[in-house]
Write a protein that binds this ligand. Structure first.
Ligand SMILES: *[C@@H]1O[C@H](CO)[C@@H](O)[C@H](O)[C@H]1NC(C)=O
Length: 230
């Protein structure tokens, strides 16, 4: 004879503008005198199961257009690929939102991308902005799109690195991606120039990320096996 007790708890976190609801099902099954406790976590909303120490502005909140197409990204991926946008800098949320809308229009209208190219963008206002986001293949680097998350800081950082607000937001986002199993804990960090013929992410920014612990000094090897766990 097995007795079962079901309990449901709802935890609600106010995460800046985003409401995160975690349904937590606890099941205690008593089977032949032995007790089993089973926890099932189901995250509703886009992807955030663990709260992060960084402000992430959703697509809705910056007025993103709907994408024309969408391919599922199998996560966790093993590579974070860092870019600069090589466009305008922005230091206020309002200016960053304007720049994001202009950039999305340029990527979609002029460059025939299905959406803004990057998974996430970061402004020198210290905010992270959701691009294609957590679970969608990016359009930032052929071959690498399906095995990486593409993160761009807005501006050109050839002669001068991003400000500390943007660098702090980038580090917060990387930790958040690991925490939420979107990046593997031993992920490799590369600059765009490590895998393509480009100045991106700019000399000064590149000099900064090269000092970070996940930066991989070896020759980048395109991961051949896409992780299947989502
Ligand atoms: C993008 O395309 C629009 C419409 O064809 C055009 O007016 C605009 O100048 C283009 N923008 C750039 C930056 O090339």
């Amino acid at each position: 004879m097995c007795a079962e007790i079901h309990g449901v708890q709802y935890l609600i976190f106010g995460l800046q503008t985003q409401i995160l609801v975690i349904q937590h099902f606890m099941q205690i099954a008593q089977c032949q005198g032995r007790m089993f406790v089973i926890f099932l976590f189901l995250c509703i909303q886009t992807a955030l199961c663990a709260a992060c120490n960084v402000t992430i502005i959703s697509r809705d909140d910056w007025g993103a257009r709907a994408p024309n197409d969408h391919d599922h990204l199998h996560t966790p991926v093993t590579v974070a690929l860092i870019h600069h946008t090589d466009r305008d800098h922005c230091t206020t949320k309002a200016a960053c939102i304007q720049e994001l809308q202009d950039m999305q229009n340029f990527h979609m209208n002029n460059q025939s991308h299905s959406d803004i190219m990057y998974n996430f963008m970061i402004g020198e206002d210290g905010n992270v902005y959701e691009g294609r986001g957590w679970n969608t293949v990016g359009g930032h680097m052929p071959y690498w799109n399906i095995v990486s998350l593409g993160i761009a800081v807005m501006g050109n950082f050839q002669r001068g690195p991003p400000n500390s607000a943007a660098l702090g937001a980038l580090q917060g986002l990387l930790a958040c991606l690991v925490e939420n199993h979107k990046l593997t804990p031993d992920y490799k960090l590369y600059g765009h120039r490590d895998v393509g013929h480009t100045n991106c992410p700019g000399n000064s920014f590149y000099d900064v990320i090269k000092t970070w612990s996940h930066y991989d000094t070896g020759k980048p090897v395109l991961p051949t096996k896409t992780p299947t766990r989502s």
